[in-house]
Design a protein around this ligand. Structure first.
Ligand SMILES: O=C(O)c1ccccc1N[C@@H]1O[C@H](COP(=O)(O)O)[C@@H](O)[C@H]1O
Length: 214
């Protein structure tokens, strides 16, 4: 089995960024969503991005953001990937990819097989879809440590690349990989000691667990 790529999301300090780089994660995620405990300003992201340059790819996470918000973050942080974690349509995702000239990933909240089928709508519009758990109404649309029934995406073969998110942590990520054969894993709260507080030891353990499964 090929080892999946690893994304550590919600990085807001240089210590957490360095831990992800040391652990050989592939992507560092910066959250641009004011309601999140992991939110970073464009100014903070610019500093983290400069530290990350050439060492780890930079993903900016947005929730139904307008062009100005994304443009400001892009300019400050030279993002490699835009992760859309709201209700963005395939048309909106394609428009953002064309406007900013970077890869776009679309997170899809999953609770049923029908939710997984929505991924096909994004073929040609995005580089990758991320299957994440559906979160309760009135809460954050992600970053809640909730997982979904992995059998819904086991060995998923669709018309677009994909990844698995939602409730992944050092203790369950190897099982998730074995059960789904996902090509990418994404974690945020699973490598934290408190909401928004990344734990360097958990980041290292998460990446070790991914490699042990792959
Ligand atoms: O991390 C956040 O605060 C966040 C806020 C709004 C939308 C998405 C968010 N995080 C993403 O959610 C998934 C799952 O996170 P977790 O591992 O269950 O905590 C992941 O893609 C995060 O990047």
């Amino acid at each position: 089995m090929t080892t999946p790529a690893i994304k550590i999301c919600g990085i807001s300090t240089s210590e957490a960024l360095d831990a992800a780089i040391r652990a050989r994660a592939d992507y560092a995620g910066f959250v641009f969503f004011a309601k999140s405990p992991r939110n970073v300003t464009p100014r903070e992201a610019a500093q983290l991005s400069a530290r990350a340059a050439g060492r780890i790819a930079r993903v900016g996470l947005f929730v139904d953001a307008d062009d100005a918000t994304i443009g400001e973050a892009m300019e400050a942080a030279s993002l490699d990937v835009l992760q859309l974690h709201g209700k963005e349509t395939p048309e909106r995702a394609a428009q953002l990819g064309a406007r900013f000239g970077v890869a776009v990933w679309k997170a899809l909240s999953v609770a049923s097989a029908a939710d997984v089928s929505r991924a096909t709508d994004y073929a040609g519009a995005v580089e990758r879809v991320l299957f994440d758990a559906k979160t309760p109404k009135g809460t954050l649309p992600g970053g809640m440590g909730l997982s979904f029934d992995w059998s819904l995406v086991a060995n998923w073969k669709g018309p677009v690349a994909w990844g698995l998110a939602g409730g992944l942590a050092p203790g369950n990520v190897a099982e998730a990989i074995v059960r789904t054969a996902t090509p990418l894993v994404d974690t945020s709260s699973g490598v934290e000691s408190a909401p928004g507080v990344k734990d360097e030891g958990l980041i290292a353990r998460f990446c070790e667990a991914v490699r042990s499964a792959g």
